[in-house]
Structures are given as structure tokens and as C-alpha cells.
Design a protein around this ligand. Structure first.
Ligand SMILES: NC(=O)c1ccc[n+]([C@@H]2O[C@H](COP(=O)([O-])OP(=O)(O)OC[C@H]3O[C@@H](n4cnc5c(N)ncnc54)[C@H](OP(=O)(O)O)[C@@H]3O)[C@@H](O)[C@H]2O)c1
Length: 208
């Protein structure tokens, strides 16, 4: 699969390395341009540095930049029909939680990307978790669960497959509204690393 990752820091860099290591064709972009980014990704198998326009046409686009720069980072990008994974969290530069209004932080992102198939995932666990648990050989129910929310079920399932490729198990929580209520900072599933079977039970307790 061709995956674009916007953001090459702790989260974007970690996901790009993992995706590349698991056989995906990965292009990474960041605030800096391709030339400056190329030395950073030079040792990451399967990963190349790109410019923002290189993101268009990817099977999946992962957003891993600070949420507060979304408008600037996504300006002019036409990601209609693309599966877009929002891994961002709404923090200010001082790490205060930002009030994201009725649609939640991913809803705000979705409004910036008309026609994109937006999935909320990878935002509820620290980047380090994806390094530590990636070589997991446990049965899927015992692997670390990655909460995932989307209104578009097919897009959600595509991203769930990607999560599985990396050695984790996707645990659906519902649509983007459920993602707002359960996955954003200071909500019940935020920074809760649990085996998938336990995370699933937690989700059922919360929504039933
Ligand atoms: N770190 C975690 O454990 C973690 C866990 C879950 C979710 N998240 C979320 O993931 C996102 C990234 O966090 P992080 O810790 O990886 O931050 P980070 O280490 O500071 O990296 C941020 C990345 O975003 C890029 N960036 C900044 N402005 C941009 C723009 N206008 N256009 C494109 N790229 C831009 C930066 O580019 P340069 O490299 O050129 O500066 C950098 O590569 C945040 O929304 C965060 O809440 C992080």
C-alpha cells in the first residue's frame, strides 16, 4: 500500500518507520521540504521524503502534525476520496487542551478536507507504544488495542488492516462523534494501553 505521512516527528516518524518496515511504500512530508527531510529518513527502509503535493494519490494519508497547524498543513490539498487517518490531538503550543466545538478535533479536520474518508486512529497511545509493541506475536485479542472511529466503515476497515499489519488490533468505537467523546484528550480511552480484548470490553461498557 502507498501511505503518505504528514509529519515526521515522534508520531509521524514512528509510524512511517513501522509502515516502511512492514513493506508499505511510504512518503513522508513535514514543515521542512524534501531536501531537508531526506537525511532524516535516509535510514528508514521503504520510506522516502516528499513535498506536500506528493501526498495526493496515496492509498492512505496519515496526519501526524500538531492539530493547531491543520489549516496551514492541509491548505490547498485535495484529498477527495482519500482515506485520511487523523492521529492528531488538539493541544495548544503550551499543551492545554483546545476546545474543538461540537464536531470534535477530527470533525474540524474533516471539514478542511471535503470528500475525504476520515478515520480517527493512532491518537490515543504514545508514539513509544508503537515501537515497543510492534513485534507482538500474541493472538490478535491479546495484542495492544488501537481505538479507531469513523463514519465510513470501509475506510475504517482499511485502516484496521493497516493497524493489524503493524502488530496491533484495531478496536472500533463507533463514528467520529464517538471518537470525539471517547478518544480525545481527557476522555475515557485517551492514553489507555490495553490488550484489544480488554479495550473492547471497556468500549462496550462506555457505549452500552
Ligand atoms: N508523540 C506522541 O506520543 C503522540 C501520540 C499520539 C498522538 N500524537 C499527535 O501526533 C501529532 C504529532 O505529534 P508529535 O509528538 O509527533 O510532534 P512533533 O514531534 O513535534 O512533530 C511534529 C511534526 O509536524 C510537522 N509539521 C509542523 N507543522 C507542519 C505543517 N504546517 N505542515 C506539515 N507538517 C508540519 C513537523 O515538521 P518538521 O519536522 O519539519 O518540524 C514535525 O515533523 C500531534 O497532533 C500529537 O498530538 C502524538
Amino acid at each position: 500500500m502507498r501511505v503518505a505521512v504528514i509529519g515526521a516527528g515522534r508520531m509521524g516518524g514512528t509510524l512511517a518507520r513501522l509502515l516502511g518496515a512492514h513493506g508499505h511504500e511510504v512518503v513522508v512530508t513535514a514543515a521542512r521540504g524534501r531536501e531537508e527531510l531526506a537525511p532524516v529518513v535516509a535510514g528508514w527502509p521503504g520510506v522516502v521524503a516528499g513535498e506536500r503535493e506528493d501526498v495526493v494519490g496515496s492509498d492512505v494519508v496519515v496526519l501526524a502534525f500538531p492539530w493547531r497547524v491543520a489549516e496551514e498543513a492541509l491548505a490547498g490539498l485535495d484529498l477527495q476520496d482519500h482515506v485520511v487517518v487523523d492521529a492528531t490531538n488538539p493541544f495548544s503550543a503550551d499543551y492545554d487542551i483546545v476546545d474543538t466545538g461540537p464536531t470534535g478535533s477530527t470533525g474540524v479536520i474533516a471539514a478542511l478536507l471535503p470528500g475525504a474518508r476520515v478515520v480517527k486512529a493512532f491518537n490515543t497511545l504514545p508514539a513509544e507504544q508503537f515501537v515497543e509493541s510492534a513485534a507482538e506475536t500474541a493472538p490478535t485479542a491479546r495484542r495492544i488495542g488501537v481505538a479507531i472511529a469513523a463514519d465510513d466503515r470501509e475506510a475504517r476497515d482499511e485502516v484496521a488492516d493497516l493497524v493489524g499489519d503493524l502488530g496491533f488490533t484495531a478496536v472500533p468505537v463507533g463514528g467520529l462523534d464517538a471518537g470525539r467523546d471517547l478518544m480525545q484528550p481527557a476522555t475515557p480511552l485517551f492514553m489507555v494501553p490495553l490488550p484489544a480484548i480488554e479495550l473492547e470490553a471497556r468500549v462496550h461498557q462506555l457505549i452500552d
